[in-house]
Design a protein around this ligand. Structure first.
Ligand code: PLP
Length: 387
């Protein structure tokens, strides 16, 4: 999107960098002196990875987590010089690019590590690697029983330097931390076996936002030990909770708000069908606002007839199906409503808010998916007022 077209689009996502700094402060308050690996994958959960990484760099963050080599490349091209840990791994044919870009590898596949070692040797470079251990997520990582041997082999590969070991929690957002503790016990056992073999594992890290915020649980034994040497928060940096029961006492500020303007107001009689499938039919003479936002912008179609937006400080229900580019809302009960009025799709007007968590719950999903889904055709506007 060019600057000219962006300026014309009434649908924009405002990104509040002061709120980001506030949330980083909360991470640091809970994590103490531990390192922060800021998770900026998926374009920083839809917030814009370059701008977010720049803002965090200015606050002293030196480590970032991305999912893909391509994401790391975009950050390097934008001048981000911090450590970029590629959480999703790499394929053998990406080994040279990993080295050229000066990336830090997450390793859970010995054949890929061997390719990286070979590329490092050819380039005369030493590549930092973190070994990932699957302690119960059932996703990436060496299985616990094979991990000590695999990591010992990894540590012997020429051109690689074992800088860290990591694992990932499956359900640290639950009120009951039993399985997270079991995962920690498995992680600790692998580290102990490696230590007994004289292998220094470097930075140990596991904590996502849920584990960081669990430290604050009032009256419940938290997961302090899960903080290890570094934490890997994502969603809490963006001001959302990883789950409804997590960290009620942690003061987070939403970083993103999604706004649009009423494009057209239609006064229609009772009995008028609205949108595809005629799933909504007015039951009274109604005023319907047509909003220039749709599922191609990342406003979920699942919000058809169940979502709401805020106009003039009042909630207005989404009526009928969300379309690709347009959404309709019933604004009959909004006094003084006019074409061109600002609409908070995610955000606050006056005393009325719709959070990403609320909208996601109404759509049957999570704030993560909603935020990541806000599409590239929605211009991001960066605000930097002081907190
Ligand atoms: C490996 C890894 N670490 C950390 C995170 C950050 O998680 P959260 O956004 O819940 O803090 C993620 C996100 O999915 C991840 O995949």
């Amino acid at each position: 999107m060019t600057a000219a077209t962006a300026a014309l689009r009434p649908t924009t996502a405002a990104i509040d960098l002061a709120a980001l700094r506030h949330n980083l402060f909360q991470v640091r308050r809970l994590a103490g002196s531990r390192d922060v690996i800021a998770v900026v994958k998926a374009d920083a959960y839809g917030h814009g990875a370059v701008a977010i990484s720049r803002a965090l760099t200015a606050e002293g963050v030196t480590r970032f987590g991305v999912a893909l080599v391509e994401e790391a490349r975009a950050l390097r091209e934008a001048g981000i010089r911090g450590e970029l840990l590629v959480l999703g791994g790499f394929t053998a044919d990406q080994a040279s690019e990993m080295i050229d870009l000066g990336l830090t590898a997450t390793v859970f596949h010995l054949a890929h590590a061997a390719a990286l070692s070979e590329a490092a040797r050819r380039a005369g470079r030493v590549v930092p690697v973190h070994a990932k251990i699957d302690t119960g997520m059932g996703r990436l990582g060496f299985q616990v029983d094979e991990a000590p041997e695999a990591i010992a082999n990894l540590a012997r590969l020429a051109g690689l330097r074992l800088d860290g070991v990591m694992t990932h929690f499956a359900d640290a957002d639950l009120a009951d931390p039993a399985f997270a503790r079991e995962q920690m016990a498995r992680f600790d056992r692998v580290i102990a076996v490696l230590a007994a073999r004289g292998i220094a594992v470097g930075l140990r890290h596991a904590a996502n936002s849920a584990a960081v915020m669990a430290v604050s649980r009032d009256g419940v034994a938290g997961l302090e030990a899960a903080l290890y040497d570094a934490v890997r928060p994502g969603i809490m940096l963006y001001g959302c909770r990883p789950g409804p029961s997590v960290g009620p006492a942690v003061d987070l500020r939403p970083v993103l708000s999604l706004t649009t303007r009423i494009g057209l107001l239609k006064r229609v009689p009772s009995g008028t069908p609205i949108s595809y499938g005629r799933t909504f039919v007015t039951r009274r003479p109604s005023l319907i606002a047509i909003l220039p936002i749709g599922y191609a912008d990342g406003y979920p179609r699942a919000l058809s007839n169940v979502g709401a937006v805020v106009v003039r400080g009042r909630r207005a229900p989404v009526t009928g199906r969300v379309c690709m580019d347009l959404t309709m809302a019933d604004v009959t009960d909004v006094p003084g409503v006019s074409e061109g009025d600002d609409v908070a799709v995610i955000g606050t007007q006056g005393d009325t808010s719709i959070s990403a968590e609320d909208a996601a719950a109404a759509a049957g999903t999570i704030a993560y998916e909603l935020l990541c889904g806000i599409g590239p055709r929605v211009p991001r506007r960066y605000l930097d007022r002081e907190a």
